[in-house]
Design a protein around this ligand. Structure first.
Ligand code: PMV
Length: 308
């Protein structure tokens, strides 16, 4: 079974598009792809009831189906002419358009499945690069943080040079991740920040630099096991993202609710404009209380344990 990890960005989304680093955490949920021999390349994404045969046109108005078909075609063509074909069946354990890295996890799982069936040995860097081409169909010009997290999993620092470094969190912690019930497209949110940057480069530049310093401080705090500081940096990161109009009243309310229930800090995660927020908790008991408080506002709320 080929796998791609889902992810949440702890700190640094959007600034990462402008060449800054980010802290990202692979999730225990993700995408599984099962390859088998076939006479043509085909893809079946079970939970979305989506079937794509390479080389056939798709008569549908569904934009997701179009994007998946286009990305799948691009991916297959990246292998050049091959004698073998692969049928891939996929199970997705991630909400799409929620900031959980669903499309990147799908890309990585598919690359691993195709490689396995075609007997191709590629290192993680090459898998990441192929999946990034897939991801471009969905997100335009992605920073690569999602595909890195989908490839490696774990707690990572995605550097300005686009390398990944494993971060060892001295104190284990819990993340409560909750969906606002509103969806948004990463492409649209990234382009909104781009327009703001073009209009007022000084203001947006200050915000991006602020996020960069929060990421670096949070990385040190994680390594030193100072979760209280990490929580403070998360909440400050939320405020900076809010100044870029990426937070909704619902996401603000969820973050406040989480902090009142005992979280050390909370923020929107991913592109924003909807999707998920996350809250940092020191212990399972705190995380349960935060989850309970957020369940009143969110239909999808999970606890992820990190480190330890
Ligand atoms: O795909 P999302 O919603 O998790 O957002 C990805 C993070 C961004 O920084 C907003 C975009 C990018 O390419 O890094």
């Amino acid at each position: 079974m080929a796998y791609g990890f889902g992810k949440v960005i702890l700190l640094g989304e959007h600034a990462v598009v402008y060449g800054k680093g980010a802290l990202v955490c692979g999730l225990s949920r993700g995408v599984r792809a099962e390859p088998s021999h076939a006479s043509n390349f085909s893809l079946h994404i079970q939970p979305w009831q989506l079937r794509i045969e390479h080389g056939t046109s798709i008569a549908t108005k569904d934009s997701r189906e179009h994007s998946v078909a286009e990305a799948f075609c691009k991916l297959i063509e990246s292998y050049g002419p091959t004698r073998a074909s692969v049928a891939i069946t996929v199970t997705v354990d991630l909400e799409p358009s929620a900031g959980l890295g669903c499309s990147a996890a799908l890309g990585v799982a598919l690359v691993r499945a195709i490689n396995k069936q075609l007997g191709i040995q590629e290192n993680s860097h090459a898998i990441e690069a192929r999946a990034l081409e897939w991801e471009k169909v969905f997100h335009g010009n992605p920073s690569g943080v999602d595909t890195a997290a989908a490839t490696y999993g774990g707690l990572l620092y995605f550097s300005p040079e686009r390398n990944v470094e494993t971060v060892s969190a001295t104190s284990p912690f819990f993340l409560v991740i909750a969906h606002s019930g509103q969806s948004s497209l990463t492409k649209d949110m990234v382009s909104s920040v781009k327009h703001q940057h073009e209009k007022d480069p000084r203001r947006v530049g200050v915000v991006i630099d602020g996020i960069e310093s929060l990421v670096l401080n949070a990385k040190s705090a994680l390594e030193q096991g100072d979760l209280e500081k990490v929580g403070t940096y998360l909440s400050l990161n939320h405020a900076l993202l809010s100044s870029l109009l990426l937070c909704t009243p619902k996401l603000d309310e969820m973050c406040e609710r989480a902090k009142t229930a005992g979280a050390l800090g909370a923020k929107v995660t991913g592109a924003g404009g909807g999707g998920c927020m996350l809250a940092l908790c020191r212990a399972q008991g705190e995380a349960n209380a935060v989850k309970q408080a957020l369940s009143e506002l969110s239909a999808l709320c999970v606890i992820e344990s990190v480190g330890g």
